[in-house]
Design a protein around this ligand. Structure first.
Ligand code: HCB
Length: 225
């Protein structure tokens, strides 16, 4: 796929143009472009530009909402193909995913969920503004291997710690690995709150989830019979 098309994808996000974003995604699929390439090289860079412009005061909230809508529309076109790739693989693990309480940012979380699904994980997405107790209840209900917690605001990052505390209270912490992510989140923060891992983007989240599954399997093998 040409650099021009990637740059048009990026521009469709900056412009907050859902139709253009969806048309470009459809054209990419028709040309056999891997959906992940379109996401990583076209749409996500657009979202990053939007964030930078907003921080500089060159874009305002309604613009950011329009950009988010364009991103969601493109993802809706690309997601079925990514999911199809995932269902052709053996089940890799069960993940409960959500954005922390007080936080409604969902695009990154959706991307993480989509890529995990594409890589054979069974994902239960709780959505946004999710309290810790809800993560714990769902993890118990579905027998989760991993809980993935997203936070995009410096004010909601601390609720990632709350999710870990809820898992502890529910007596699930030893069975469930916790991975955290989101723009303000760092490896150091993950260590500070006692998470099992941090991923900077959706591809790394897939690698991390695989690693956590291995750690779980090794832990189980070492338990006394
Ligand atoms: Co929002 N917003 N926003 N926002 N927003 C940010 C996050 C700022 C950084 C913008 C800025 O100032 N530069 C800023 C936060 C500043 C801070 O806390 N220090 C901010 C603000 C301030 C706000 C409001 C408070 C604005 C207001 O109302 N005045 C408000 C908060 C509402 C709330 O949550 N209570 C708000 C609202 C919005 C929307 C609704 C307009 C919209 C969200 C729409 C939606 O998601 N449906 C929005 C958006 C779009 C953004 C930016 C522009 C983009 C976020 C995004 O989608 N990025 C963002 C700027 C930025 O992040 N630089 C801005 C693209 C995705 C692909 O990246 O980092 O989310 P990601 O996810 C990655 C990665 O982190 C990792 O993998 C993902 C995929 O690669 N990952 C995980 C994420 N979660 C993971 C979990 C895991 O377990 C593992 C990996």
């Amino acid at each position: 796929m040409s650099e021009n098309t990637y740059s048009a994808m990026r521009q469709s996000i900056i412009d907050g143009a859902p139709e253009a974003a969806a048309d470009l995604a459809q054209a990419a699929l028709a040309q056999g472009v891997p959906p992940l390439d379109a996401i990583n090289n076209g749409y996500v860079p657009g979202m990053h530009d939007v964030g930078e412009q907003f921080a500089l005061g060159q874009m305002f909230l309604p613009d950011m909402m329009a950009s988010a809508e364009a991103m969601r529309t493109a993802m809706a076109v690309l997601e079925p193909e990514l999911t199809r790739l995932g269902t052709e693989r053996p089940m890799a693990g069960i993940v409960v995913l959500g954005t922390t309480k007080g936080d409604i940012h969902e695009i990154g979380k959706i991307l993480v969920g989509t890529l995990l699904t594409a890589n054979g994980f069974r994902v239960h997405d709780l959505g946004v503004d999710v309290p810790g107790e809800k993560f714990a209840a769902k993890a118990k209900e579905v027998g989760a291997d991993i809980v993935g917690v997203s936070a995009l605001l410096t004010t909601t990052m601390r609720n990632q710690r709350g999710v870990i505390e809820s898992l502890e209270k529910a007596g699930l912490r030893s069975q469930v690995k916790v991975m955290v992510g989101g723009a303000p989140v760092t490896r150091a923060w993950a260590q500070e709150i006692g998470a099992d891992g941090y991923a900077k983007d959706a591809m790394s989240a897939v690698g991390l989830a695989r690693e956590l599954m291995q750690q779980k399997a090794q832990g189980a093998a070492q338990e006394p019979a």
